[in-house]
Write a protein that binds this ligand. Sequence first.
Ligand code: GCB
Length: 680
Amino acid sequence: MCNLKRLWIVLVSATLLYANAIGIEEYEEVQQDKQMPARRSYNYSNVVLPRSTVGLLYPRESETREVRSLDGVWQLIKSNASDPLQGIREEWYKQTLRSTEHEIILMPVPASYNDVTVDQQLRDHVGTVWYERNFFVPSYWSKDRVRTWLRFGSVHYQAVVWINGQLAMRHTIGHLPFEEEVGRFINYGNENRITVMVDNRLGNRSIPQGQVTKQPADNGVAYVQSYTFDFFNYAGIHRSVHLYTTPETYIKDVELKTQIGNQELGRIDYRLMIGNGSVSTIKTYYMLVQLRDRNNVVVAHQINHNLQNGTLLVPKVKPWWPFLMHPLPGYMYTLEFQLKVDSEVAPLDVYRLPVGIRSLSWSNDSLTLNGKPLYLRGFGKHEDSDIRGKGLDNAVLMRDFNLLKWVGANAYRTSHYPYSEESMQFADEHGIMIIDECPSVNTDLFEPQLLENHMSALEQLIHRDRNHASVIAWSIANEPRTKKKSAEAYFGALANYTRSIAQGRPLTAASNVDPPTACMMSQFLDITGFNRYNAWYHNPGRTDMIVHSMYDEARKWHEHYKKPVIVFEYGADTMEGYHSLPAYIWSEDYQTELFSKHFQAFDKLRQLKWFIGEFVWNFADFKTEQTYTRVGGNKKGVFTRNRQPKDAAHLLRQRYHAIAFKLDNASLPADLFKYIIDWN
Ligand code: GCB
């Protein structure tokens, strides 16, 4: 490409303030980023801490708010991989996508775009795609004192959004929501056009990291996205798009902390943020705060004039308990905030938030909920399903929760990124505990800009999920390359920052470093987590070596870090329907045998009180990038990708329910053990 053209592209991109996009020439820069490890250590003291996220309350209808979904079928065009910013240069957002010369593809939202069509190029596309749809906004939304907001649940990885040709918002990082007030761009009482550019490229400073390289191909060159993490880099508008209103003066943000005190007294401390105006300009307003139980009966209330913070005391509280730990798990109240003006009867704004009341605490050898030590039995999961990819699908989500309960699990880790807000609400309601993980996977090449992005990922995650009773820990990373000395300063700074915003939850992470003493991250955590594939990646076929290795290693993690220990991953790839006697790797028989050996190790470890959890890898089979170690994806699922049980699911079910029975006296499902004989 000639230099003049290059310069032109750079200038146009800069004028458009699209600083985060990577231009063509920057592909080369990405390649050069491979040189990053040249510096072995950085000083992180000058790192710029992320600005606190404000707002982003989940859109809920009330008597003062309307919510409209923009989900449905959108139009999509794929940019040329060699020129991802063509649409910016040619201002595609100023016209309809149909008027560009590209082929229009119909695309459902929410969904990943990769597996919806039969086009290999779209499935493996590297670069940008453009989405568009039209929508109407009623004229009465333009009334004075109504604000219109546009909110995306998640777009992977970068998004630029225009409304009627005007830049409305931008966001970088998948799996997390973003929103903007958009009234000034809207034609009220008329038709509007929304255009979204989605860029799926991952580089050395994205979370997670990846690399884009230019390689020779049969028809010229190809842009290849590579990454080391073990799941497909699905992209698109992955979660719902909402248009919603709030009044001009409105409840902007709510932060909750809950506790269970003596004599069944529950306590909710809340902090409020009111949009529009300082407290002094709204001094005639007050907040009526009411807590309603499941039967809609008000069980605590308060009139709050300071509009900033307050406390509700709840006598005879029904605590939030995990599934099978109590006969009434997942008890959720509704916390109702009514912003009122003295003289008026109708509230100015009303927002209702589900809330579970519980205490969480931890020590060097336990994690306790409502004063009871927890033992976590669950899974690492993925947001992944056939055709939809990482797109939110409520049917799949409900099936997953039904299976979690069928199998008797009480927890999962949102490996390896934040899951949908809808799934967090389900987890609250079903009493499933969540280890909430940020999207940092296999992090390598540690440096300050990456750290800033990593901190921002955690800040956004914690802000989004802090009010969920189900969240019991933040996981700051999965399998970072923490054997490197350069990881120490990086994780020291990251953990320090995260702890300062941790909202009453311990920090954890999943390390695969061996031996434990070589991990440069785990010293900064409150709970030690490790992933280990005995008899799979280590000594494949040797199920006779599992019990000893697992027991021995868990003890070493504890001896060294003196923190509670969880096994976050163990498992074996298993082809559904493949059987072998004696057991042979990849068979269903092998997965069952490998699990059973791990159970023996875990039971020995459970005697040592600091061992607090076992998580199978993985809940269900999932898609990965194409590699010779994966047959149609990762097959370590206990369930198939279609959410049907493999043999091992039945064994796991017996174990998980039996643990609940032993520890919490939970009743066993009637069909847990099949009748075989009358032993008497
Ligand atoms: C791991 C990773 C996970 C992989 C898994 C595997 O350690 O954390 O993302 O999918 O191993 O199956 O290789």
